[in-house]
Design a protein around this ligand. Structure first.
Ligand SMILES: [Zn+2]
Length: 439
């Protein structure tokens, strides 16, 4: 990423991510691979929790949406039908002098922004990654890494319809990796060439699409509120006619106020019957739906909600980050929602003797059947609390000498730093209640 213009808050977030094991640069020991990132021990927990939070809201808690996990490699004709082979391009220019490549629409005058050199004419650059399937390298077996998960859903429309007992209106949800060979990836994990999407395609009767669009727009904004993102940092942005994709009749973005500007977090699109019609045309398979109550046959319209896992993680980290001035010092704390916090509780014996570590381990064993917990006996208790504040852990549980006598512990709450004694037997219920209160 471009270090010249890095925002101070972003620099702190990136440093925290590396220091605490949320996110690492990919292939770091080889000098790194630009725009690819690895999720460390805390990062993968956060990622799994966010995906689960989405899946629960979009699939588990609903009767009208089912899940899918389609393959990344698909028949190349799919990308012809979808319009990606012909139209999924960015205008690109190269600097004749330093050979750097830029998106033509990012260039302000006709000179190279890096060296002032002369630029080539604009060429169209397809953003799909190509690879070869099978042993023979030949144009006939070129396949693509999918640039979106949506098409895997459309081409399974009939399979799901015929096996799930769903009736229109209903949705299909999928979480999975997608790949785009961006000319200028940037802003840490915000725009990367390999990323993960959480997409839901909702199939509706034409004419009811406007109403469903509004429902999903409201529903998806609600989801970010429940996730704990500050409401004043979120807003809708409607795509003007010039911004609309070729398939969309209407599109709204949910935007977040990042340190590097207001940017799209999620798109809600009315894709009309474009996708199913195109797949019907290219595959020669009938994609219409027969409504046996009204005796009508139609090709469903699709309302799409398309969110990025990596962007959501970045948003949660930025939104939760605080450097708090205390009486004697400053603490760094991540106010992550308990539902998505990587570790739910840190468990600390006050000292490393008198049976306190043994009792603390017993508590760990009891809690870990239900939650991700972390045992720490190293260093002063205050420092152990701070380490967990920085990891976003909502609870600290301390075993002291009184615990050995009456089986109570101190429970410290991350945000308020309030401490209170509770019986060990109540811990599970207290932590679960906190998680459920936002789920
Ligand atoms: Zn140049």
């Amino acid at each position: 990423m471009n270090n010249k213009t890095i925002d101070p808050l972003m620099a702190k977030i990136i440093s925290l991510c590396k220091r605490r094991g949320f996110i690492f640069q990919s292939s770091e020991i080889y000098g790194g691979l630009e725009s690819c990132y690895d999720y460390g021990p805390l990062g993968v927990e956060l990622k799994n929790n966010i995906k689960r939070f989405w899946w629960n809201a979009m699939v588990r808690m609903r009767e009208d949406i089912v899940g899918l996990d389609s393959s990344i490699l698909m028949h190349p004709r799919i990308w012809e039908a979808s319009g990606h082979v012909a139209g999924f391009t960015d205008p690109m220019v190269d600097c004749k002098q330093c050979k750097h490549r830029f998106r033509a629409d990012m260039i302000e005058n006709d000179k190279c922004p890096d060296c002032g050199g002369e630029l080539t004419d604009v060429r169209q650059f397809n953003l799909m990654f190509k690879t070869q399937m099978g042993a023979i390298e030949d144009a006939a077996n070129t396949v693509y890494l999918r640039p979106e998960t949506a098409q895997g859903i459309y081409v399974n429309f009939l399979n799901v319809l015929n096996t799930s007992r769903q009736k229109v209106p209903f949705g299909i949800a999928q979480i999975g990796k997608a790949f785009r060979n961006e000319i200028t990836p940037k802003d840490f994990t915000f725009r990367t060439r390999e990323f993960e999407q959480m997409e839901m395609q909702f199939f509706v009767k034409p004419g009811t699409d406007g109403e469903w669009f509004e429902k999903w727009k409201a529903e998806r904004m609600q989801w970010y509120h429940r996730l704990g993102i500050k409401e004043e940092k979120l807003r809708f942005h409607e795509h003007g006619k010039d911004e609309l994709a070729h398939y969309a009749a209407k599109a709204f973005d949910i935007e977040y106020e990042f340190p590097f500007g207001r940017k799209e977090l999620e798109g809600i699109h009315n894709r009309t019957d474009f996708d199913l019609k195109r797949h019907q045309e290219y595959s020669k398979k009938e994609m219409s739906y027969f409504d046996d109550q009204t005796r009508e046959r139609f090709i469903p319209y699709i309302i799409e909600t398309s969110a990025g896992v990596d962007r959501t993680i970045l948003t949660c980290l930025i939104d939760a980050y605080e450097e708090q001035e205390l009486e004697k010092d400053t603490r760094t704390v991540l106010h992550l929602s308990p539902a998505i916090a990587p570790i739910k509780a840190g468990i600390f014996p006050l000292v490393k003797r008198d049976g306190m570590p043994e009792l603390a381990h017993k508590i760990v064993d009891e809690l870990r059947t239900q939650f991700m917990v972390f045992y720490d006996e190293g260093g002063a208790i205050g420092r152990r609390y701070r380490r967990q504040d920085e990891a976003g852990t909502p609870f600290g549980i301390t075993v002291d000498s009184q615990s050995l006598e009456d089986h109570t512990v101190t429970l410290r709450e991350r945000d308020s730093m309030h401490q209170e004694r509770f019986p060990i037997a109540q811990l599970k219920a207290i932590i679960q209640e906190k998680i459920d209160s936002v789920n």
